[in-house]
Ligand binder design. Structure first.
Ligand code: ZN
Length: 141
């Protein structure tokens, strides 16, 4: 889904950044779930808005110009990959899982799991919190 999102972007500094740093972007898009594979707590908290907002704030402080250095461009691309993952999971959990539950599994058990998971965290990351002003000018990258 992360790759598809880049395809749908209009020509822009953001699209250029993500295409030029595709490995970092893709790494970000699987980063959150790597915590589950490593059985580490970051697998869960890196999916949520507190982490994503702090990640963004750190980048704004340390790399205010995403195109200033090669490393800044890579970490911004990684950040956007992480955001793409969180948004994809949000839609997957909200729309796809209930459909699978309704058609293929015990609906009540799956819905209980989803409700438990949502009660564990302060809900979803809001994409409106992402500042895009860094990417609106073509000189940003
Ligand atoms: Zn995930």
């Amino acid at each position: 889904m992360a790759d598809l999102a880049v395809e749908y972007l209009p020509p822009s500094a953001l699209k250029d950044l993500l295409q030029k740093n595709q490995n970092a972007y893709r790494s970000g898009s699987i980063f959150a779930d790597s915590g589950y594979a490593a059985n580490h707590a970051y697998g869960e908290f890196s999916h949520w808005h507190d982490f994503l907002n702090q990640y963004q704030q750190t980048l704004i402080e340390r790399c205010p110009d995403p195109g200033a250095t090669e490393n800044c461009a890579k970490v911004w691309a990684h950040f956007f990959g992480t955001v793409a993952h969180a948004l994809s999971d949000n839609n997957f959990d909200r729309y796809f899982v209930p459909q699978v539950a309704a058609h293929d599994f015990n609906v009540n058990a799956v819905l209980k799991l989803l409700l438990f998971r949502r009660s564990e965290s302060s809900l979803f990351f809001s994409p409106s919190l992402i500042r895009t002003d860094h990417f609106l000018s073509s000189s940003a990258v």
